[in-house]
Design a protein around this ligand. Structure first.
Ligand code: APR
Ligand code: ZN
Ligand code: ZN
Length: 376
């Protein structure tokens, strides 16, 4: 018999789509075989979490505990777990890496097939049961990691061990936002020195794209946002110019083509709207532009583009979690952070105690927040 017990702790539950999360006491079951129970130390709020709140992913079942950008410490492990042990510092993975499926084995892919993303889409644990209960009700998981809970259970494929000296209140951002944006520039686009880049949407993810473009040596980095309050931070992190579509009579793609001659070498959509996706493609270079879709539009939405743009040589590609195989990539990204290779602390605009999670969502929606880190 295992001596691992149920833990009672606080978690933020979204009882139904459209409702703010309420912080309540939940019971967190022990980890089953090939599962790990993690004490979350810090978790930040990403736009995707707000989308869960608003209910734009119709496949999700509620009540649900959201959250997917976090760092913590292993509390206990289920049978068969060898890659982590209690006391290890870890980052839960919003996209798993099983290491065995066709995509994990291919150097060209990073979306594991043993995941919640591959069919059927589901938001319980891999065995289709939940580890969370509250007031006698089963609560659904999110992306198999549900980090808006002081303790959470994750499958072993969804965890990366990082350096035990890593500051968890800072490296939580590597769980989604930073890795997503930075990797989109470095891995997916493979931005070249001297190139021109346009980034649509200057939230935490878009700013991380800027950091990637700068690291890659891009000479023109044009930030585009409807909210001009985002421009100062974008410039601080490497944008050479910032523009708002609302300041021009003509469509912003025409403005960008005029600014660059034939369009930008690399365009990134990081706002999560299909109309900005089409605009980003239209802004990219006539003969060899690469447009990378990074933002996540509502499930089921359709992108409408003129195919002739692709026939002339533009490429339209997508990026999931920056193209990283996260279990392999995160330890290195975190050690690069600790060696001061990136200034991800600049993305943290607010820090709040976990109980104030609703305030964190309000800050995100006010446009004043880049990343709000919640501390347990
Ligand atoms: N044109 C330009 N910028 C826009 C537009 C638009 N039409 N609409 C919104 N924006 C800007 C917002 O003002 C905001 O600054 O896009 C930015 C998006 O930032 P956040 O909401 O903070 O989102 P972030 O966490 O960066 O995530 C961006 O990536 O992971 C996905 O689901 C996530 O789709 C989201 C995207
Ligand atoms: Zn896999
Ligand atoms: Zn995210």
């Amino acid at each position: 018999m295992s001596d691992i017990q149920v833990i009672k702790c606080k978690a933020a539950i979204i009882w139904e789509a459209g409702k703010m999360p309420s912080v309540e006491e939940v019971e967190v079951a022990p980890p089953k075989s090939q599962e790990v129970r993690v004490k979350i130390v810090a978790t930040s709020i990403c736009r995707t979490d707000d989308n869960v709140l608003k209910g734009i992913f119709p496949h999700l079942e509620y009540p649900i505990i959201g959250g997917h950008e976090a760092a913590g410490i292993v509390e206990s492990v289920g049978p068969g777990v060898t890659c982590v042990k209690p006391g290890d510092e870890v980052i839960p993975l919003c996209v798993p890496q099983c290491g065995e499926c066709a995509c994990c084995l291919s150097p060209k892919a990073n979306c594991c097939l043993k995941s919640h993303i591959y069919k059927p889409l589901q938001n319980l644990m891999p065995d289709k049961t939940s580890r969370f209960t509250c007031r006698g009700k089963q609560i659904h998981h999110f992306l198999w990691i549900s980090t808006f809970s002081e303790y959470t259970v994750v499958p072993v494929v969804s965890i990366a061990k990082i350096s035990n000296d890593a500051p968890l209140d800072k490296v939580c951002l590597f769980g989604c936002g930073f890795s997503t944006g930075y990797g989109a520039a470095i891995n997916n686009a493979q931005v070249e020195p001297g190139s021109s880049c346009a980034i649509f949407g200057l939230g935490g993810v878009g700013l991380s794209v800027i950091m990637g473009c700068k690291t890659a040596g891009a000479s023109r980095i044009i930030g585009i946002d409807t909210n001009k309050d985002k421009f100062a931070k974008a410039r601080e992190l490497g944008a050479t110019e910032c523009i708002s579509p609302e300041d021009f009579e003509k469509p912003i793609n025409e403005v960008l083509v005029e600014m660059t001659g034939l369009g930008v070498d690399y365009a990134f959509e990081v706002a999560g709207h299909v109309d900005t996706e089409a605009t980003a493609l239209a802004s990219s270079h006539f003969g060899h532009g690469v447009c990378v879709l990074v933002g996540a539009p509502p499930t089921g939405s359709k992108l409408c583009i003129r195919p002739l743009q692709l026939l002339t040589g533009k490429k339209l590609i997508g990026s999931m979690i920056g193209g990283w195989k996260l279990k392999d990539a995160l330890p290195k990204l975190v050690s690069d952070y600790m060696a001061n290779k990136f200034n991800t602390d600049a993305l943290i605009s607010h820090v709040l105690p976990f109980e104030k999670i609703a305030e964190g969502f309000e800050l995100l929606n006010s446009g004043k927040c880049i990343r709000c880190v919640l501390l347990f």
